[in-house]
Design a protein around this ligand. Structure first.
Ligand SMILES: *Cc1c(COP(=O)(O)O)cnc(C)c1O
Length: 365
């Protein structure tokens, strides 16, 4: 029964033998974590892949976001988007900072730079935008606002690993970009994450922060966390890196089939792609403009296809924030969260299944 179920994503696994070679090495060395050889090799490999950025590996994307913010040593407000995963907003709040929610653009779901400026006041310290579904934010506009007001920019780049914009790595915008290598992402290290940045001093403090704030045996300059990536996770990353182009190519193909089959369907709106971006095809969102998103979700589920209402609800509508924020302040994000559905997409999804999913959507809308 489980085998017949199609979920929105499925972990991408490298050939098992490739992983087992690393397992043998790790066993031989008995070095399991704390910045071992495999960890360091992955850091170097990712740095080369992302145009020689400084790369700090972490145990997951969420702690990478928390530590990236902590490394700035700021207090006050951070302008961000509510159209994101819980992690982005929680990372801000868990640092004792106040999120200020900016609405999003209707066509690509990223933060609307035209609405950022009026949210800036004397307490504003940073902007934390999110590259949504593989759509890269309007990085030029965000950069000019940040420069004008002296704000830090940390991108939640969890959805955009491997992407490029105008010839540059997606990691090379703002002060830092944070990636997630969770099992459900385009590139996985089982659980994992990374911070990409150019500033060597902040890099150094991040290295301490992920290891309890310890600088050396006798000096602990920071109140750090434990966010180190272990050797097995790093090994999974090295194996998956070898196959990344093939994973993305398969995703591109699936996206093309969806687009071909669904672009004539009147009731839905598809993602708007940008010619300057090289995409990783992480997600395939549809916005049900004419029809009922929840009913479509249920109809698909009855046929064992589990799409996701991603992102629903918006983070400013969460129960834990009900006393602090009002989702009506970001009406576009709020509206889209009630209409969006992300369809199954992963390298091994069969073309016949994609066709079947499209048939159901046509039938239901
Ligand atoms: C997955 C994700 C995260 C969190 O990453 P983890 O590695 O699961 O901790 C943060 N932000 C966004 C937008 C994500 O999709």
């Amino acid at each position: 029964m489980e085998e017949n179920k199609i979920f929105v994503t499925r972990a991408t696994l490298p050939p098992k033998e490739e992983f087992l070679e690393y397992v043998d090495e790790i066993w031989e060395s008995a070095w399991l974590t704390n910045m071992g050889d495999v960890h360091n090799e992955l850091e170097k490999n990712l740095s080369e892949f992302m145009d020689d950025m400084e790369i700090v590996l972490t145990v997951n994307g969420h702690l990478a976001l928390e530590l990236a913010l902590q490394s700035l040593k700021i207090e006050g407000e951070v302008i961000t988007t509510p159209f994101t995963f819980a992690s982005t907003t929680h990372a801000i709040v868990r640092n004792g900072l106040n999120p200020v929610f900016c609405d999003i653009k209707k066509d690509d779901f990223t933060i609307d730079p035209e609405k950022i400026e009026k949210l800036i006041n004397k307490n504003t310290r940073a902007i934390m935008p999110v590259h949504v579904y593989g759509n890269i934010c309007d990085v030029e506009a965000i950069e000019s606002i940040a420069k004008k007001y002296g704000l830090y920019v940390i991108y939640d780049a969890a959805h955009t690993f491997g992407e490029r914009y105008k010839g540059k790595s997606v990691a090379d915008f703002g002060d830092m970009s944070v990636f997630s290598f969770h099992a459900t992402k385009v590139f996985n290290t089982i659980e994992g994450g990374a911070i990409a940045l150019r500033d060597k001093n902040i890099r150094k403090s991040l290295d301490f922060l992920k290891n309890f704030g310890i600088a050396d045996k006798e000096n602990v300059p920071y109140v750090g966390s434990n966010a180190k990536m272990n050797e097995f996770a790093a090994a999974m990353g090295l194996c998956n890196m070898r196959h990344l182009p093939e994973y993305i190519e398969k995703r591109r193909h699936i996206s093309e089939v969806y687009t071909e089959r669904l672009s004539d369907l009147k009731g839905i709106r598809l993602n708007k792609y940008n010619n300057d971006t090289v995409y990783n095809y992480a997600y395939f969102p549809i916005v049900v403009e004419n029809g009922n998103r929840d009913e479509l979700y249920e109809s698909l589920a009855r046929e064992n296809i589990f799409a996701r209402k991603y992102f629903y609800p918006c983070t400013n509508a969460y129960e834990c924030y009900s006393k602090s924020f009002d989702a009506n302040d970001t009406p576009i994000a709020s509206d889209i969260s009630k209409k969006v559905l992300t369809l199954p997409i992963y390298p091994d999804l069969e073309a016949t299944d994609v066709e079947r999913i499209c048939d159901i959507i046509w039938r239901e809308l």
